[in-house]
Design a protein around this ligand. Structure first.
Ligand SMILES: [Zn+2]
Length: 170
C-alpha cells in the first residue's frame, strides 16, 4: 500500500475515537500532536527500510514481528513530551499505527513477518496494486471529514461547557 494510506488509516481511526468521545463525553481523548505522531508511526516501517519493489519489502527488517516488539520501548519513550495521563494512549496508538502498516502490507502482497528466523513472506494480494490509489484517496477524504467533524463537535462541547458554567451553583 502507499504511504498516504498507511499514514491516514490510523489518523482516521484516532479521529473516529475522538468523535465518539466528543459526542458522548464532550472531551477529546488524545492530546495535541497525537495525529502527526500517529501518521509518522504509520509510515515508520517504510521510512526505516525504504523500498519500491515487493522483493525488497520481503527483505525488509522493519516489516517483521521483531520490529513491532522492538518498537514497544520506542513508543513508550517517545511519549515523554506528552502530558501525563495521556502518554499510555499515545504510545498505544503509535504502536497500533505501525502494526496496521504491516497488516495492510500483508494483505497487499505479504510481509516477511518471521525474519530473521524465516524468509518466507506471509500474506497475499487481497488488495491489488491497481486499487491502492483508491484507498489513498478514500482515506484522505475520511481524514478530512473526520477533522472537520471533530472541529464542529469541539465547538459544540465548548459552548455546552460555557452554558453549564453559567447555570452552575450561585
Ligand atoms: Zn510497507
Amino acid at each position: 500500500m502507499f504511504d498516504g494510506f498507511h499514514a491516514l488509516l490510523p489518523v482516521t481511526g484516532c479521529l473516529a475515537i475522538e468523535l465518539v468521545s466528543l459526542r458522548w463525553r464532550g472531551v477529546r481523548v488524545f492530546p495535541d500532536w497525537t495525529l502527526p505522531v500517529v501518521a509518522l508511526f504509520g509510515v515508520l516501517p517504510d521510512l526505516c527500510s525504504p523500498h519500491l519493489s515487493l522483493e525488497d519489502r520481503y527483505e525488509s527488517w522493519s516489516h517483521t514481528l521483531l520490529f513491532l516488539v522492538l518498537l514497544l520501548p520506542v513508543c513508550a519513550g517517545m511519549t515523554w513530551w506528552f502530558p501525563k495521563g495521556t502518554r499510555l494512549r499515545v504510545a498505544v496508538v503509535g504502536w497500533v499505527a505501525a502494526a496496521l502498516h504491516l497488516a495492510a502490507d500483508a494483505v497487499s502482497g505479504g510481509v516477511p513477518w518471521l525474519l530473521p528466523w524465516s524468509e518466507e513472506p506471509i500474506g497475499d494480494y487481497h488488495i491489488q496494486p491497481d486499487d491502492w490509489l483508491f484507498y489513498d484517496s478514500g482515506f484522505i477524504v475520511l481524514a478530512l471529514v473526520g477533522w472537520w467533524l471533530r472541529h464542529c463537535l469541539e465547538g459544540q462541547a465548548f459552548e455546552r461547557s460555557l452554558k453549564n458554567e453559567k447555570a452552575g451553583p450561585l
